[in-house]
Design a protein around this ligand. Structure first.
Ligand code: ZN
Length: 207
């Protein structure tokens, strides 16, 4: 991507960060077809977020749009993803959140379809990637919510659980939501969570 096509300033850096994150998620196979969405909080309080549709591994600058904290596009005519509301909810809940990632991995999809309302991860060194985790001996609780095409209704189900959610959450048969203070932190947490989910899936294959 030719950087000269980007607008200047913070929005430009956000677009570059989102494009790079999409490529990294694609390399892991976490954003098949047009799945997933990626956002960054801008200094003016608005959000840069992937446009509805489009492959996240092949994003150009026109694959990212600006929306306000209610998910309304700043440029009339831009079409945000339906799941933009879930990004807005995370930024509104956590003033420290600077980037949000959503992917559809095999591990999150399969594990969440095996039942239960949470995955409890324990004993893994990698769980220290999550805020407040200093030892493999702690337990990381990852809530699972039933999938819902009505995103406003889904957000109301998620809302009471956001406090203390260290590793993000999973939507059943769908994928994960992970966030961090900046894109690097969010990507590290996503990689950590997906590693742990892949380990859990392998463990269960062995009974
Ligand atoms: Zn999704």
């Amino acid at each position: 991507m030719d950087k000269a096509v980007f607008p200047a300033g913070a929005y430009c850096r956000a677009v570059e960060g989102i494009i790079a994150a999409g490529q990294r998620m694609d390399r892991h196979g976490w954003v098949p077809a047009t799945a997933g969405n990626i956002s960054i909080r801008l200094p003016d309080g608005n959000l840069a977020i992937t446009r509805s549709g489009g492959h996240k591994g092949l994003l150009g600058a026109d694959g990212v749009i600006a929306v306000d904290m209610a998910g309304v596009p700043l440029n009339a005519g831009d079409r945000p993803s339906a799941e933009t509301l879930l990004h807005c909810q995370i930024y509104a809940h956590d003033p420290q959140a600077g980037a949000v990632l959503h992917g559809h991995s095999v591990a999150s999809t399969v594990l969440s379809m095996l039942g239960g309302d949470a995955l409890v991860l324990e004993g893994y060194e990698v769980q220290k990637v999550f805020a407040g985790q200093t030892t493999h001996g702690a337990r990381v609780h990852v809530p699972i919510f039933d999938n819902d095409q009505d995103i406003a209704r889904l957000s109301r189900v998620v809302a009471p659980h956001l406090d203390g959610m260290r590793a993000g959450y999973i939507i059943r048969g769908h994928g994960v939501y992970v966030w961090g203070a900046d894109m690097d932190t969010a990507l590290a947490r996503l990689e950590g969570l997906e590693f742990l989910l892949a380990c859990e899936l392998e463990k269960r294959k062995f009974g």
